[in-house]
Design a binder for this molecule. Structure first.
Ligand code: GDP
Ligand code: MG
Length: 441
């Protein structure tokens, strides 16, 4: 796929803004990438449409192709879709003993994941965990959990043959309270397919245990099917998060995107192997990279964007040293400040600029002001921006009115431009600009 995609991308070498055709061509390939990564068709379709609207008309960063730029936009949109609310790794386990219910189809990795999470809770969070297997269907299922428990050093509920899942759940609850455990984990039975009995069993256990977390374990390799399973479980039982297993396999992680887009459930963890520490907190960036398989393009675009900013800064610095600082420069500075989190953010990064930041603060320049000042500059003509000295009283009035502000505000802005110009010139002369240049790097 990547080869085919880069082929198309290379052909798109026009510069400037992304045209609708550029975007369409690149997105056709992205769509194939999504489908190959097992993203469901309707989800891929919706997603592409969203990105298309977003991408058309965006400026293309110099030194990358429009196609590459589209990939970056797609990547960011993927991350956005994949990101759920809150920290995926933070399990709700206050109010000991906190019950965690594990559900999912047979073979999805429930028992393995239960032990992995128990180990993690014990080692990372210092929690005392009790695990209980409610799998009365599969022979040796309970012993499997017991063995894993011994492996990771986590207690399991003693096995009593002949009990039904609800009785075991009750016993686990009692034992967890009496034994002073922080968390107890209920590993339920699965089926090969969803059926009414399976759902009923899980619902009964849920009603007894009142879990703080109900984690649905899904095989990440099953793609499309995974979404149906998730929807069904969530409708009938209520799920607080999804664990995708077998993400160490060849699957491209498309199930993650479909899952988020259709069920809206947060993905909390991914299983990456059979070993007991092969579990990771879900990271949207990683899965997005995997779905697209184009991590290097994304970082290329990011780098190009940074380089351009650095080049711009350098060019500006050269002009400042010659004492050229007009309204266009000021506007760029103001916009930069907005981007960098206001005055302090920007000036703080430049040694020797702290004093200026204070001065400007003293002059009442805060973030709301920034927007007003930019508006004022925008109401000036090109000529006026390049040489604000030509502004006369009547024009000043008009400009201020155009931006919805008082002439006094405009006068303040003009004063600021002069002061900054002087300052830049002075600093430029100091050490032939060495200091400022250094500061801008
Ligand atoms: P359950 O039926 O849902 O309880 O599934 P199990 O926990 O018994 O797991 C079934 C099989 O999948 C076992 O052989 C596990 O070792 C394996 N497994 C579980 N999670 C992962 C994973 O993240 N990666 C890989 N490669 N195998 C896994
Ligand atoms: Mg099991």
């Amino acid at each position: 796929l990547s080869e085919r995609l880069s082929g198309v991308l290379d052909r798109l070498t026009k510069q400037g803004a992304l045209s609708e055709d550029d975007v369409k061509t690149a997105l056709r390939e992205v769509r194939v990438a999504l489908l190959e990564a097992d993203v469901s068709l309707p989800v891929a379709r919706d997603f592409i449409k969203k990105v298309q609207d977003q991408a058309t008309g965006q400026a293309v960063t110099k030194s990358v192709t429009p196609g590459q730029q589209v990939v970056k936009i797609v990547h960011d949109a993927l991350v956005d879709t994949l990101t759920g609310e809150g920290d995926p790794g933070a399990l709700k386990i206050d109010n000991a003993p906190a019950p965690i219910l594990m559900v999912g189809l047979q073979g999805s990795g429930k028992t393995t994941t239960t032990a992995k999470l128990a180990k993690r809770l014990k080692e990372r969070d210092g929690k005392r965990v009790l695990m209980a297997s409610l799998d009365v269907n599969r022979p040796a299922a309970m012993e499997q959990l017991q063995i894993l428990g011994q492996q990771v050093g986590v207690d399991t509920l003693p096995i009593v043959k002949g009990e039904d899942p609800v009785t075991i759940a009750k016993r686990a609850k009692t034992q967890a309270s009496l034994g002073g455990y922080d968390v107890y984990m209920l590993d339920t039975a699965g089926r090969l397919h969803i059926d009414a009995e399976l759902i009923q069993q899980a619902a009964d256990v849920r009603d007894v245990a009142n879990p703080r977390e109900t984690l649905l374990v899904v095989d990440g390799l099953t793609g499309q099917d995974a979404v149906n399973v998730a929807t069904e479980f969530d409708d009938k039982i209520g799920v607080s998060g999804v664990v995708l297993t077998r993400m160490d396999g060849d699957g491209r992680g498309g199930a993650a995107l479909s899952m988020r887009a259709i069920t809206g459930k947060p993905i909390r963890f991914v299983g990456t192997g059979e070993k007991m520490d092969a579990i990771e907190t879900f990271e949207p960036e990683r899965i997005a990279g995997r779905i697209l398989g184009m991590g290097d393009i994304v970082s290329l675009v990011e780098k190009a964007q940074q380089t351009i900013e650095a080049e711009q800064a350098e060019r500006m610095m050269k002009r400042f040293q010659k004492g050229q600082f007009n309204m266009n420069d000021l506007k760029m500075q103001l916009e930069q400040m907005q981007k960098m989190g206001g005055m302090e953010g920007m000036m703080g990064m430049m040694p020797g600029m702290g004093k200026m930041a204070k001065q400007m603060e003293g002059a009442g320049i805060d973030d709301k002001m920034l927007a007003h000042q930019i508006a004022l500059i925008q109401s000036m003509t090109k000529k006026e921006r390049a040489n604000p000295k030509i502004l006369q009283a009547s024009r000043k009035k008009r400009i201020a009115a155009g931006a919805g502000m008082e002439v006094s505000e405009l006068n303040k802005l003009l004063k600021m431009q002069r002061q900054m110009g002087d300052m830049m010139k002075k600093m430029g002369k100091m050490g032939k600009g060495g200091m400022l240049k250094q500061a801008m790097k």
